[in-house]
Write a new protein. Structure first.
Length: 104
C-alpha cells in the first residue's frame, strides 16, 4: 500500500508525461540511446581484449616476464623511495636466460 504522498507524486508525474508527449518521447529515446551506446562500448572493449589476448597467445610460446628493480617501499601506506635500489647487471640477466641446472 502506497502512502498518500507517493500516490499524489505518481499522479502528478503521469499527468506531466501526458501533457508533454514530445518531451517524454525524446527523454525516453535519449535514455535508450545512452544505454545502447554504453552497452556497445563495453562489448567492444571486451572484444578487443579477447582479440589481443588471442594474438599474444598465438605469437608467443611463453608468458612475458618483466624484471625491474624495486625502487620504492610501502611504509604505513606511503610509497617511500629506497636510497640504494638494487640494479640488475648483465651477468644477472645472462643467468636468467640460461636454463637452471637441476641437482637431484
Amino acid at each position: 500500500m502506497l502512502a498518500p504522498a507517493t500516490r499524489t507524486a505518481i499522479r502528478i508525474g503521469i499527468a506531466s508525461l501526458r501533457a508533454n508527449p514530445m518531451r517524454t518521447f525524446l527523454s525516453t529515446l535519449g535514455i535508450i540511446m545512452g544505454a545502447a551506446a554504453l552497452a556497445a562500448v563495453l562489448a567492444m572493449s571486451d572484444g578487443v581484449e579477447v582479440f589481443a589476448r588471442g594474438q599474444i597467445e598465438r605469437t608467443t610460446d611463453l608468458q612475458t616476464v618483466i624484471v625491474r628493480p624495486l625502487r620504492n617501499e610501502r611504509l604505513d601506506g606511503l610509497l617511500v623511495p629506497l636510497e640504494n635500489p638494487p640494479r640488475p647487471t648483465v651477468t644477472d640477466l645472462d643467468s636468467l636466460q640460461r636454463p637452471a641446472l637441476r641437482h637431484d
